[in-house]
Design a protein around this ligand. Structure first.
Ligand code: DON
Length: 567
């Protein structure tokens, strides 16, 4: 076995008190690793390590993905979760491609206009904060559904998470700042004080212990899915709802099911196949549209982040997002013309009005001409066998609804805001939608999450995904193009600044550090440009075949505490 750690940042190593688990209290963040037996990349070192431990114990990539998600629910509470939902895309060693939808759904008593006041005006604070913002959580159902492809027992997979919750772990500077920023909201949207609030400001090196969460995780360990969706945990959720005007009922929880969906599978250039998430995530369709709109243009020759390549990529992003806003929603509820939207002739037509060197306009670029129908529509893991798992999961906003289930110790999502609360009214990521993504009982809200796998000559090549709301599909798009077309190293592909266009608002958003000359060229083309500090946190594993064995280069985004482990 050959393991080369290319780049390690020593972030924190703290003094260990007697009785404390060494590894929870002294760890360093590793940004890149080259390994041969397996790899896990996630938002937190302790979660990546939990996954790696499963691989070392003989588990496969699915085992590692489950353990990593459970650990993230403890060590990365802003997004890791058991009170939210997610999507898994996997390429199994036997060649099968699978995708699992464990997106939250609207409670049975939810209704189309539930976030409008009596004048019909949207009250976004109610779809974004507190009890009423929460959809029925899907994560635990998803983890038990994916267990079908795992090798180890759930008891083993949940052990690291229970240990981290019960015995605590030290927090990083980023995490401390994040808790301090969210403090006011935690106080406002909770009736009892969550573990994330303490009297003095948090600082790097403080210990976070989550006893209530450990109790919930133990009930899940002992009772399985019922340990969350029925009995004490379910009762705690419903009791919490009663305290803050929430509407999730015992029946909503008992009835929640994760759904296996046929993957989106399409070719890119000659040798590549992209396997990604279908609806109710818009991410896969958007990714397919964008890659297919550039496929027949020689983007490689235009070079990374040149005015020409950014102009082209921005215009395909604009067109894909116009279609998202108009056509996409939960396919179990509304008709979505997926075949047409991803048809190559349709996508070529969408680009007929593209004038190189000139900014397009979202006023004139509407959704594609599809006849309206009256029918009604990230962690990266790999193992030695070549099983690849790509999972993106979320609470929606940072810390979701900010509401922690008292006694349960876990945060509830604010995923209801991903519905279109009123046609044309932007959600917290500025995404607009229409009736297709309107709220209805039991319906799943449209997502942008894009867990993706790329095969080269039908063999494992890349596992990729990211958080970032509407910037998710465009970040995954750019990462794939960076690697395949611009021939960049995985580290550059992940870490170089990104850009984003989502149709509305009609502007190109650039990430801090974006090339200044290209920025000026975009302004000269007529683009409205704004700059933000961060776009995406991409986790990739790139596979290279060498003398009959595979070498994995795993890269964790430098934008956060993200960490790559391998062996
Ligand atoms: O499903 C979605 O598209 C959003 N709820 C994702 C939110 C997200 O990525 C937040 N992270 N920055």
């Amino acid at each position: 076995m050959r393991v080369i750690t290319i780049f390690t940042i020593l972030l924190f190593c703290f003094k260990i008190s007697p009785g404390q688990q060494n590894s929870n209290y002294a760890y360093s963040v590793q940004k890149e690793i080259v390994s041969e037996k397996g790899a896990v990349v996630s938002a937190h070192t302790l979660a990546s390590k939990a996954g790696l431990k499963m691989l070392e114990m003989g588990g496969n990539a699915v085992d590692a993905a489950i353990a990593t998600q459970l650990a993230l629910a403890v060590v990365y509470p802003g997004a890791g979760n058991i009170g939210g939902g997610g999507f898994m895309v996997a390429h199994l060693a036997n060649g099968k491609n699978i995708s699992l939808d464990y997106r939250e759904k609207a409670p049975a008593t939810a209704s189309r206009d539930m976030y409008l006041d009596k004048n019909g005006d949207p009250q976004m604070d109610r779809s974004q904060y507190g009890h009423l913002a929460a959809g029925v959580p899907g994560t635990i159902a998803g983890l038990f559904a994916s267990l079908k492809y795992a090798k180890l027992s759930f008891k083993k997979l949940i052990e690291p998470a229970i240990d981290l919750a019960e015995n605590g772990f030290v927090i990083s500077e980023n995490q401390a700042a994040s808790f301090n920023n969210a403090r006011e909201n935690f106080i406002k949207y909770n009736t009892s004080t969550p573990a994330f609030v303490k009297s003095n400001p948090w600082k790097a090196g403080d210990t976070l212990i989550q006893k209530d969460l450990a109790g919930t995780l133990k009930r899940i360990r002992d009772l399985g899915k019922k340990g969350f969706y029925q009995g004490k945990t379910a009762e705690l959720i419903v009791a919490e709802m009663a305290k803050g005007g929430g509407i999730i009922s015992l029946a909503d929880l008992k009835n929640y099911e994760a759904k296996w969906r046929p993957v989106i599978d399409f070719s890119y250039k000659k040798n590549y196949r992209i396997i990604t998430m279908p609806l109710p995530s818009s991410g896969g369709i958007i990714l397919q549209q964008m890659l297919k709109m550039i496929e027949y243009r020689n983007i490689g020759a235009m070079k990374f982040q040149s005015p020409e390549s950014v102009n082209l990529m921005t215009e395909v992003e604009r067109r894909a997002f116009a279609d998202r806003a108009n056509f996409l929603g939960d396919p179990d509820f509304v008709h979505v013309p997926v075949k047409t939207l991803t048809d190559e002739t349709y996508l070529k037509q969408r680009m007929l009005d593209f004038v190189p060197g000139k900014a397009g306009s979202s006023d004139s670029t509407k959704a594609g001409p599809i006849p309206e129908s009256t029918e009604t529509t990230h962690l990266s893991v790999i193992d030695s066998q070549g099983n690849m798992v790509s999972v993106t999961t979320t609470l929606n906003g940072s810390y979701g609804s900010k509401t922690v289930v008292s006694g349960g110790g876990f945060l509830l999502n604010n995923e209801m805001d991903d519905f279109s609360v009123k046609p044309g009214v932007p959600n917290m990521y500025g995404a607009v939608g229409n009736e297709k993504n309107a709220i209805a009982p039991d319906k799943r809200m449209l997502s942008s999450m894009t867990p993706t796998i790329v095969l080269k000559n039908d063999k494992p090549f890349l596992v990729a995904g990211t958080p970032g709301g509407t910037t998710i599909p465009t970040s995954v798009f750019q990462t794939i193009v960076n690697i395949i077309d611009f021939d960049m190293t995985p580290s550059d592909a992940v870490n170089k600044p990104k850009f984003h266009h989502q149709w509305l608002p009609d502007q190109v958003t650039l990430e801090k550090g974006f090339d200044e000359n290209t920025k000026q060229a975009l302004v000269a083309m007529g683009y409205k440009v704004n700059t933000i500090s961060q776009i995406g946190r991409v986790e990739v594993i790139l596979v290279k075949q060498k003398n009959n064995h595979k070498i994995f280069t795993s890269v964790a985004d430098h934008r956060g505490d993200d960490d790559a482990q391998g062996f």
